[in-house]
Design a protein around this ligand. Structure first.
Ligand SMILES: Nc1ncnc2c1ncn2[C@@H]1O[C@H](COP(=O)(O)OP(=O)(O)OP(=O)(O)O)[C@@H](O)[C@H]1O
Length: 217
C-alpha cells in the first residue's frame, strides 16, 4: 500500500507559488493499478518522485509499506561514467538483491552486446532505454512507477521480450503511471485520477477520469 496523508507540495518560482498538491489524501492498494492524467507542467514528475521517495512533501505524510520502484523514465538512476554491468550491480546492492542475478538478467534482456561492459555515456538513447527498462524488470517490485509511458525503443526483439516480461509482472504487481495522454494509460490501469490545481480527483474508471480531463482541458 502507498498512502498520501494530507500532503502539500509547492515550488516558489521567485514571483509566485506553483502548487503541485494541496492537502491531498489518497491511497493506492496493491492489485489496483492507477493511471494519473495531468497536463504538462502540472507536477506529474514531482508527484511520481514523491511516491518514489526522491522528493519530500512540504507537509503531510507519505506511507510506503511495500517495495516501490524508482520511476521508469528516471534516467538519474543510471550512472553515465560506469558500464551497464556496473550499474546493474550497483542497483542490485541498493535494493538488496543478488548482484550476479541482476547483472545476468540485464545483460540478457538489454541485448547490448559488448556495450554492456562499456560506459553508459557511450550509449545511444535507445540503448539507454533498453538498459533502464531491463534494470527495472530485473528487480521485483510491488509497485512500478512509470512517468509518461515506457521509454521508447524501436528494437523489435527487445520490445517483444520486455513486453512479455512486463505483462507477466503486471499480473502480480501494481502500476502507477502518470501521463498527459489517456491512451498511454489504457493498457495498464484499473482506475484513474486527474491531477488539477493541486487536487487529485479519483475515479473508478479511466472513462470517468477522461470526462473530467477533457472537460477541463
Ligand atoms: N525544484 C523546483 N523549483 C521550482 N519549480 C519547480 C521545481 N521542480 C519543478 N518545478 C515546477 O513545478 C511544475 C511541475 O513540474 P513537474 O516536472 O513535476 O511537471 P510535469 O507535469 O512532470 O511536467 P512535464 O510534463 O512538462 O515534464 C513546473 O512548473 C516546474 O517548473
Amino acid at each position: 500500500m502507498l498512502e498520501f496523508q494530507d500532503v502539500s507540495k509547492s515550488f516558489w518560482t521567485g514571483t509566485q507559488r506553483k502548487v503541485i498538491l494541496n492537502h491531498a489524501s489518497f491511497r493506492v492498494d496493491l492489485g489496483r493499478s492507477l493511471g494519473i492524467l495531468a497536463p504538462n507542467g502540472t507536477g506529474k514528475t514531482t508527484l511520481i518522485n514523491m511516491m518514489a521517495g526522491l522528493e519530500k512533501p512540504d507537509e503531510g505524510k507519505i506511507i510506503r509499506d511495500c517495495k516501490i520502484s524508482f520511476p521508469l523514465g528516471f534516467m538519474g538512476g543510471v550512472v553515465n561514467r560506469i558500464s551497464g554491468k556496473e550499474n546493474a550491480r550497483y542497483i542490485a546492492n541498493i535494493y538488496g538483491l543478488d548482484d550476479d542475478y541482476v547483472e545476468a538478467f540485464a545483460r540478457w534482456l538489454a541485448g547490448l552486446g559488448e556495450y554492456f561492459d562499456m560506459p553508459v555515456g557511450t550509449y545511444s538513447a535507445g540503448m539507454r532505454a533498453r538498459l533502464t527498462v531491463s534494470l527495472m524488470l530485473a528487480l521485483d517490485f510491488d509497485i512500478y512507477l512509470i512517468d509518461e509511458g515506457m521509454p521508447t525503443t524501436t528494437d523489435v526483439e527487445f520490445n517483444r521480450k520486455a513486453g512479455a516480461i512486463l505483462r507477466e509482472r503486471l499480473e502480480k504487481s501494481t502500476v502507477i503511471i502518470v501521463s498527459h495522454q489517456a491512451n498511454t494509460l489504457e493498457r495498464f490501469v484499473d482506475r484513474a485520477a486527474v491531477l488539477r490545481d493541486g487536487t487529485l480527483h479519483m475515479f473508478e474508471t479511466l472513462e470517468e477520469a477522461k470526462q473530467l480531463y477533457d472537460y477541463t482541458a
